[in-house]
Write a protein that binds this ligand. Structure first.
Ligand code: AMP
Length: 191
């Protein structure tokens, strides 16, 4: 099984590149952000709590995310070729629980870190905000999300760096150029 964790700051291109990798290698794509936004759309009580956290640019709790991951893994088709995790893990606690969960299922994962300059991240998110309608794509929330990323998610990259299955990619280039780099890494990692 090819399991990929695509990590990177908000605006680094995780969503776009995860969709590309899912298509290219026939992987099941899990965007935790999409799952949470679907919960908000359902109008549930839980959705309302999630909405206030997301629109403020804060992370939702590790416990809630763990439930999302467990359900996703439990309902994978038997012939699944692998998974791509988009926007997860975002904390070291999430990374540790993912390692355990994968181990329990005799699996592992590689982590690919999309590195993008901060000014470009902000420009991309502001541009996306014009069409996404996302409550968190405005300048104040973008700044806060990037700060949360440095504080809580960057240590996740270090966790995988120490684990030994870590790859970094320069995400400042065009979508096509980054996709090509990702393909090269996946081919190298699975040789
Ligand atoms: P994204 O679509 O990946 O940019 O995620 C949007 C928002 O959903 C984030 O800013 C967080 O509030 C929340 N979120 C998504 N994934 C996670 C996660 N793994 N852990 C905690 N919060 C998350």
């Amino acid at each position: 099984m090819l399991n990929i964790i695509l990590c990177g700051a908000p605006g680094s291109g995780k969503g776009t590149q995860s969709a590309f990798l899912a298509e290219q290698y026939g992987l099941a794509h899990l965007s935790t952000g999409d799952v949470l936004r679907a919960e908000i759309k359902s109008g549930s009580e839980l959705g309302k709590k999630i909405e206030s956290l997301i629109s403020a640019g804060n992370l939702v709790s590790d416990d809630l995310i763990f439930g999302v991951i467990e359900r996703f893994i439990a309902q994978l088709p038997k012939d699944c070729k692998g998974m791509i995790f988009d926007g997860y893990p975002r904390t070291v606690a999430q990374a540790e629980s993912l390692t355990e969960l994968l181990k329990k299922n005799q699996m592992d994962a590689i982590m690919i870190d999309l590195m993008v300059d901060e000014q470009l991240l902000t420009d991309r998110l502001l541009e996306r905000g014009k069409i996404s309608g996302r409550a968190d794509d405005n300048i104040d929330t973008i700044r806060h999300r990037i700060a949360v990323y440095h504080e809580q998610t960057e240590p996740v990259a270090k966790y995988y760096l120490h684990k030994g299955n870590y790859f970094a990619v320069n995400g400042n280039h065009t979508v096509e150029e980054v996709s090509l780099q990702l393909k090269r890494i996946v081919e190298l990692a699975t040789r």
